[in-house]
Structures are given as C-alpha cells and as structure tokens.
Write a protein that binds this ligand. Structure first.
Ligand code: ATP
Ligand code: MG
Length: 289
C-alpha cells in the first residue's frame, strides 16, 4: 500500500533541544553535519549521502539516505553464512575506495591521485556498525554483492586545505588517517573471524591475511613511512589485489542475505503510525463519520 512512500524513505539524525538534554553537547552531530555538508568537496558513492540539515544552535538535525541493508555488524550477526572470502575482499575494496576519497579525493577517474586543495578528512570511528549496506547500483558492482557506504561521521575531522603540512608534522597530521586504516583492517579481521568460526577453511588465507595486515602495518612501520603518498599507495595497491581476488573467487551471497538488502524494514503499520497520527493530519477513521 505504501510502496511509493517507502521508496522515498530517508534517515534522520537529530539532537534534542540542548537545554533539555544537558548531557549531550551536540558536537558529534555538528561534526557530522560539517563533514558531510561543508567540508567534503564532492559526493561519492562510498560515503553516506546527506540531503538536508538544520542547526540553529539549539536544535540540530541531518537527513541522509536510508540504507536498506542496515549496518554491516547487524548483517553479519544475522547472516554469518553469507560471509565469504570474496565478500570480505569486496568489502575491503569498497572501504578503501571510501577512504581514498575522504583522505585525498582520489578515485579511479583521477587515476588515484590526490585532488588539489582537498581537506584530508578522516572518519575517526571506523567499525562494522558504522559501515552501511544497500543494494548495488545495477551493473556497477559484483554479482549480488551489496554496495557499502561509510557513515556516522560524528568523530571525523579534517585539516584546512590551505594548511601547509610541515614535514616534521606528518605523523601527527596523518595519525588519525592511519588509525582509520588500522580500524578498517580490524573490521576486515572481524569478518575473517566469522568465516573461520563458521567452520569453513580458508583456502587462500595467506593472500587475504596479508592484504588485511598491511592496513595495520602502516601504524607500526615508523614515522618516516607515513606520508600522504605512502597511504595512497597502500590504498591503491590494496584495491588492485582486492578487485582481482573478489572476482577470481566470487560466489554469490545466499538468497536470504541478498534479499535482506532490499527488505522492507518499515511496515505499512509503521508508516501509518508516522504519517497518520492524531491531529489535523489524521486519517479519517473508518465507520466513524
Ligand atoms: N542512514 C541510515 N540508514 C539505515 N540505518 C541507519 C542509518 N543511520 C543510522 N542507522 C541505524 O540507526 C541506529 C542508530 O545509529 P547512530 O549512528 O545514530 O547511532 P549508533 O550507531 O548506535 O551510535 P554510535 O555509532 O555513536 O555508537 C543504528 O542501528 C544504525 O545502524
Ligand atoms: Mg554508529
């Protein structure tokens, strides 16, 4: 009945009036609004799309695309059997795409090179619960695999694009970016644990473990190795291997997991409650004229 309305669903994050909510200082939502609507110079399919925002210093809200597949943590809890090596590579590939955009504005179209004047945003809170899934844009992904977006930018920050990075300051400057990489590696490791715990053997484990390890390794390689170029090289190198591997060993996700990406998680009853509550907009009650 509400099929058309359901297609228009968006997600809303809001902060209650700050006076009524003294424990919350509003900074997280403010950060997120800033990152998604002001700091990032361009949209990207791997970053949650923000539609609209409001902030009068008292009430804040942000609307974004509603991701029908939910977050990756919930997905994995519900469908551990859907986690294959190929899917882990795919997820890793898409996380790397997202980070390359955030950090440097680098993408396939500009040959993975840093965009001039990019503000070098970092996410600050990469974990499975902040990676959301949706159905893939048709023809642009792999088989029935989902598309992933980085979301929940409450901990993110960036450096002014105009700021000259002192050579000796590289480590501090990029330490948050390195932590994003490390956390991305951790998230992939958690997926790997699901695969192993589920009793399946890892035929190609060494390549996968090696690929994941590199995300964390940059953290301990020492200050001299950490530079913009180093991070970008790591991301693009990982993407080349990940793309090869996800295609080589592709196996479709089971039907239940694939269907959940587009499942109607908001029932007709929920929508009726939201849009037809009491008051002047209420739906006329049948039989009560
Ligand atoms: N755009 C979205 N589409 C679908 N589900 C979303 C979206 N944004 C948030 N959610 C879901 O809503 C819930 C609350 O998300 P939110 O990011 O506000 O808080 P949180 O993730 O619980 O908090 P935190 O990450 O700060 O610990 C989560 O279960 C999340 O998966
Ligand atoms: Mg979250």
């Amino acid at each position: 009945m509400y099929a058309e309305l359901r297609r228009e669903l968006i997600a809303v994050k809001f902060c209650k009036p700050l006076v009524a909510n003294p424990d919350y200082d509003g900074v997280e939502l403010e950060n997120e609004i800033h990152a998604l609507t002001e700091a990032l110079p361009a949209k990207h399919p791997r970053v949650i799309e923000a539609f609209d925002t409001y902030d009068d210093g008292h009430i804040q809200w942000l609307t974004t695309r509603y991701m029908t597949g939910g977050d990756l943590q919930c997905f994995v809890n519900k469908f551990p059997w859907a986690v294959s090596e190929s899917l882990i590579w795919h997820i890793g590939y898409q996380i790397a795409e997202g980070l390359a955009h955030l950090f440097f504005g680098a993408n396939a179209a500009n040959n993975m090179s840093p965009a001039a004047g990019w503000p070098c945003i970092f996410h600050g809170d990469i974990h499975l619960g902040n990676l959301f899934l949706g159905p893939a844009v048709s023809g642009k992904s792999l088989g029935n695999f989902p598309d992933l977006v980085l979301a929940d930018f409450g901990e993110s920050d960036h450096y002014p694009a105009s700021e000259q990075v002192p050579v000796t300051g590289f480590v501090t400057y990029l330490s948050h970016h390195v932590r994003d990489l490390y956390n991305a590696g951790k998230a992939l490791e958690e997926l790997l644990d699901v695969l192993v715990v589920d009793g399946r053997t890892l035929a190609r484990d060494s390549v996968l473990l090696d690929g994941i390890d590199r995300f964390g390794a940059i953290r301990v390689e020492g200050p001299k190795k950490v530079s913009k170029e180093g991070i970008l090289k790591l991301l693009s190198g990982f993407m080349i291997v990940a793309d090869e591997q996800r295609r080589k060993y592709y196996q479709p996700m089971p039907a239940d997991a694939a269907a959940s990406l587009v499942a109607e998680k908001v029932s007709d009853g929920d929508l009726e409650m939201i849009f037809c509550r009491s008051g002047s907009h209420s739906k006329p009650k049948k039989g009560k004229r």
